[in-house]
Each structure stands twice: as structure tokens, then as C-alpha cells.
Design a protein around this ligand. Structure first.
Ligand SMILES: NC(=O)c1ccc[n+]([C@@H]2O[C@H](COP(=O)([O-])OP(=O)(O)OC[C@H]3O[C@@H](n4cnc5c(N)ncnc54)[C@H](OP(=O)(O)O)[C@@H]3O)[C@@H](O)[C@H]2O)c1
Length: 249
């Protein structure tokens, strides 16, 4: 079992990230909440209670060469102590039309979901490998399982993140650092609000409980949340390409 003392949650202003941050704080883990909406993370930090939570406004599209992430990590550690858990929950899913190919939208999703994730996971890897302990949790998605016609760049960003996490897991295992990939199904958050045809929808708090249960085992793993999505994933991955292209998923 992993007992963390201090955590960074990137994308903590709403949805899954907020729920994870609240659950960590309730378990006496000091938490740094990061997101662009300062008013939201400050409100959540206040509700959690001053000593256990700090808020830092951060746009993961502004990671530059990564040096800013290192500085921000130092600043957070000065406030809450050595960080032994990173949860990267920030994510952007921008709707695109059936015949739309807008690079600005694709770039925004790739910058948040993949480049931003790499900047934060790299920083965690450097520090945790040196410390020979720690946990990295990445919230990826079953959307990365296939190239879906409805969301090309979102699917690509999540496929990339899933692969990045697997590679980090394989590198960091020898240093005793756990890397946990989470592939949620449908979760009731701002990201899915108003979407049609959702099923097996769970609350963000339920998702957070399952995510932390997997992360706390102290084992590196790749898990669907809830587990029954594993079956959906397996079926979707097994559909031949020529059939998959005829489906509307
Ligand atoms: N909901 C689902 O059904 C579902 C399913 C599979 C995977 N996921 C993944 O789960 C993760 C959490 O999403 P959610 O469902 O909880 O949606 P959400 O409520 O919209 O949360 C998204 C979070 O990402 C942050 N974020 C977005 N762009 C950012 C940026 N440029 N810089 C910093 N933070 C940024 C948002 O904060 P600010 O806007 O304040 O910056 C917010 O805290 C995402 O990676 C999503 O892809 C969700």
C-alpha cells in the first residue's frame, strides 16, 4: 500500500481531478490543486482547509521547455513538502464536426492531453526516480484505443498518453516508482454534460474512489474505471479496421 504525504493534482478545478483532490485531502494527504480557473481551485482549497491544500494557477499549454514546471514543483514543495504523488487529470475534448479539420482545435487537445502530460510526468519521473519512491497517475481514456472518426485528435492524444505512461512504467519499475494508467468510461463531469447516448455513467467521486484504490495498491498498473469497461475496450480493439470505419463510434 502506498501512503502518500503530498500530492500534485493537475486539472483539479472540476470533475475527476477535483474529486481526487478532495478524497486525498480527506485521507490526510497535503494537496496542490492546479488549473487555469484560479477562483475554482482557490474555493476548493478553502473548502478542503488551509493547511491541507494550496492552489496554483497553471495552464499546461504554457509549459515551454519544461523549466517552468520544475520551478512550480519547487514552489509547491516549499508549501506542502516533498511530493510523492502526481495525478495528471487535466484534459480537453473539443467537439469537431464530421468534415472539420481545424488544426487549432487539434493542437489545443494535443498540447493539454499529451504535451502537458509529458511535461508533468517527466518532472515527476526525474524526482521520483532519484528518490526511488512515488506514484504517477495519468487519467487517459478508452478513447485512445482506436482512431475514432468522431474525435481524431482527442483519440490520438489519449493513445499517446497511454503509451507514454506504459513506457514510464517500464522504466521506473526498477526504481520502485509506480505508474498507474487510468482509462475511465463515461463519467458525469463538465466534459460529458449534454452528450447523448452515454451509458454506465458514474459520478466523478465514484471514479475518484476507484482510481485511488488502484493507485494505493502500490503496484504499477493499467486499469479501466469501472472494470467492466475492459470488456468494451477488448471488443472495440478486436473489430477489424474495415468494419470499424463503418461504425459511428
Ligand atoms: N468525463 C469522462 O467521461 C471522461 C472519460 C474518459 C477520460 N476522461 C478524462 O478525465 C480527465 C478529467 O476530465 P473530466 O471529465 O473531469 O472533465 P472536466 O471537469 O472538464 O475537467 C477537466 C480539467 O482539466 C483542466 N484543464 C483543461 N485544460 C487545461 C489547461 N490548459 N491547463 C490546466 N488545466 C486544464 C480543467 O481546468 P481549467 O479549465 O480550470 O483549466 C479541469 O480541471 C480528462 O483528461 C479527460 O480526458 C474523462
Amino acid at each position: 500500500m502506498d501512503n502518500w504525504t503530498s500530492a500534485i493534482v493537475v486539472g483539479a478545478s472540476s470533475g475527476i481531478g477535483e474529486a481526487v483532490a478532495r478524497r486525498l485531502a480527506a485521507a490526510d494527504v497535503r494537496v496542490a490543486l492546479l488549473a487555469r480557473r484560479g477562483d475554482e481551485i482557490e474555493r476548493i482549497a478553502r473548502e478542503i482547509g488551509g493547511e491541507r491544500a494550496v492552489a496554483r494557477v497553471h495552464d499546461v499549454r504554457d509549459v515551454g521547455d519544461g523549466a517552468g514546471v520544475a520551478d512550480l514543483w519547487d514552489d509547491i514543495e516549499a508549501a506542502i513538502g516533498t511530493v510523492d504523488l502526481l495525478v495528471f487529470a487535466a484534459g480537453a475534448m473539443i467537439p469537431v464536426g464530421e468534415h472539420e479539420y481545424t488544426f487549432a482545435k487539434d493542437r489545443a487537445m494535443l498540447e493539454v492531453n499529451l504535451l502537458g502530460a509529458a511535461a508533468w510526468c517527466d518532472q515527476a519521473a526525474v524526482r521520483m526516480e532519484a528518490a526511488r519512491r512515488g506514484t504517477i497517475v495519468g487519467i487517459s481514456s478508452i478513447a485512445g484505443d482506436r482512431g475514432r472518426r468522431g474525435a481524431p485528435a482527442y483519440a490520438a492524444s489519449k493513445a499517446g498518453f497511454t503509451t507514454l505512461l506504459e513506457a514510464l512504467r517500464n522504466r521506473l519499475a526498477r526504481a520502485g516508482v509506480n505508474v498507474v494508467t487510468i482509462r475511465p468510461g463515461f463519467v458525469d463531469t463538465a466534459m460529458t454534460r449534454g452528450m447523448k447516448g452515454l451509458f454506465w455513467l458514474i459520478s466523478a467521486d465514484r471514479a475518484a474512489a476507484i482510481i485511488l484504490r488502484h493507485a494505493r495498491t502500490g503496484r504499477s498498473r493499467d486499469r479501466h474505471v469501472p472494470a467492466r469497461w475492459w470488456l468494451v475496450s477488448a471488443v472495440i480493439r478486436s473489430i477489424p479496421s474495415w468494419i470499424f470505419r463503418k461504425l459511428s463510434i
